[in-house]
Design a protein around this ligand. Structure first.
Ligand code: ADP
Length: 263
């Protein structure tokens, strides 16, 4: 025998019962983290055991959105993840001192991700969600390499340009042969006081991405939902209680709950 053994990643083993979703987007600011957090909490509300890996090195906003500043603790040689609103959580931000921006290089990121997946005591998860950095960078490839069974969930805005970048995220899935779970369109419209819908960021992007991915992978990639713009969604995120808990009956809350059920 020779060489170091690769750390064991329970989610990647044959027979693993955990469904793994990588939440991806073509660019930043489309609501990828907000969607991740709301889906996670919604699933936990339904009694599922849920974990979130915040791998968005540029944002790592998930802990704030889940309202926790708790750090992981160490028990023997395992890392115990903090828990918030019923969701277990590990963030790259928990390991960067004082939130200082760190220049993460590909191999370091790969190592960190590997550790999050193998050294964290997740227990038996029903669902693991990974909030990936925007774009089709190192982390997306690392994830695919570490967990080929992970599915990809694409978040986009209705804007044509955003849709084009989101498609590139899909191209990675094809390259790595990962399954595409679907597309979520965020910031789809704003409902005006008179009930009319205003297409602030254009329209149709989500469907375009879903259709074009369906065509290129030759399997159905559904548009899972269209989430309207709602200041309450941002406020809920800033306040650390996601919208699906704060206002589940709001139009955006209802769509997020529906999407969570479809996964
Ligand atoms: P990303 O993870 O793609 O960078 P975020 O989830 O951090 O995006 O969202 C960017 C900002 O937009 C945040 O302030 C968030 O609260 C806000 N936001 C996201 N989706 C909506 C929405 N549907 N309505 C209102 N604000 C939103």
């Amino acid at each position: 025998k020779g060489g170091a053994e690769e750390p064991r990643i329970p989610f990647a083993e044959p027979g693993s019962m955990t469904r793994v979703y990588c939440v991806a987007s073509g660019k930043g600011g489309v609501g990828k983290s907000s969607v991740t957090v709301n889906l996670a909490v919604s699933m936990a509300q339904r009694g599922l055991s849920v974990g979130v890996v915040d791998a968005d090195i540029y944002g790592h906003s998930v802990p704030r959105m889940l309202g926790t500043e708790n750090k992981p603790t160490q028990v023997e040689n395992m890392i115990m993840p903090p828990q918030a609103h019923g969701v277990k959580l590990i963030s790259i931000g928990m390991f960067t001192p004082g939130n200082t921006p760190v220049v993460w290089r590909g191999p370091m990121l790969h190592r960190a991700l590997q550790q999050f997946l193998s050294d964290v005591f997740w227990g038996d998860l029903d669902v693991l969600l990974l909030d990936l950095p925007p774009g089709t960078g190192d982390v997306a490839l690392s994830t695919a390499q570490l967990m080929p069974n992970a599915e990809i969930l694409v978040v986009t805005t209705p804007q044509q340009a955003a849709a084009e970048v989101a498609e590139r995220a899909g191209a990675i899935a094809m390259q790595t042969r990962q399954r595409l779970a679907g597309v979520v369109e965020n910031m789809s419209w704003m409902e005006l006081p008179d009930g009319q819908r205003m297409d602030v960021f254009g329209s149709g992007g989500g469907q375009i991405v879903a259709d074009s991915l369906t065509k290129s992978v030759g399997a159905d990639v559904p548009l899972l939902g269209q989430i309207p713009l709602d200041p309450r969604l941002r406020e809920a995120g800033d306040g650390g209680t996601p919208l699906v808990l704060e206002a589940p009956e709001s139009p955006a809350g209802v769509v997020l709950g529906d999407v969570a059920k479809k996964l």
